[in-house]
Write a protein that binds this ligand. Structure first.
Ligand SMILES: [Fe+2]
Length: 201
């Protein structure tokens, strides 16, 4: 099978108390695994696609994907890509550098305003989805949310920071309190990883 569940670089307990280990374990071994399995099921129907990276499958609004598996690849390919990206963005004690902070401040007036706008997008996303900080094709930083498992890569934007706001990412600990989840998540943003993405081609 072409796609596999990536191993995490840390223990499920590593993000406590901000993100609880039970949520991490279920989110990784159940939810993410299901996206991987269902993506593989879809691709098995078109083995000519098996050597593509998931980014290539989703590019240009899934241009290369045949109609009969388009929805499955959009949902499960997106789920696999987004979660693989999300795990790498979580760490304790990876504060933002002065350099990246200045870049964000230039676009959003202040770092606090950036956080406020991002959090607000997370709290107002109706239903399941993600919130993103992206670098657009014309090199602007932008915050927006997507529904379900849609990735900014589908429209050619480069994700730098992403937050999963599906209920499965917080309901065990926070039940309906998405605000508590978002506020705590800020403590485990791996800003080194964000900067790495910003500087990547
Ligand atoms: Fe998730």
């Amino acid at each position: 099978m072409p796609f596999t569940l990536p191993k995490l670089a840390y223990e499920y307990t590593a993000l406590e108390p901000f993100i609880d280990s039970q949520t991490m374990q279920i989110h990784h071994t159940k939810h993410h695994q299901t996206y991987v399995d269902k993506l593989n099921e879809a691709i098995a129907k078109h083995p000519e696609l098996a050597n593509n990276k998931v980014e290539e499958l989703l590019a240009d609004n899934l241009k290369i994907i045949p109609d009969d598996i388009k929805t499955a690849v959009r949902n499960h390919g997106g789920g696999h890509l987004n979660h693989s990206f999300f795990w790498e963005l979580l760490a304790k004690d990876k504060p933002i550098s002065d350099n990246l902070k200045k870049i964000i401040e230039k676009q959003f007036e202040s770092f606090d305003k950036f956080k406020e706008e991002f959090s607000n997008a997370a709290l107002t996303r109706f239903g399941s989805g993600w919130v993103w900080l992206v670098l657009t094709k014309d090199k602007k930083l932008k915050i927006y949310s997507t529904a379900n498992q849609d990735s900014p890569l589908m429209q050619g934007d480069k994700p730098l920071l992403g937050l999963d706001v599906w209920e499965h990412s917080y309901y065990i600990k926070w039940t309906s309190n998405r605000k508590g989840y978002v506020e705590n998540w800020w403590n485990v943003v791996n800003w080194e990883q964000v900067e790495k993405s910003y500087n990547s081609k």
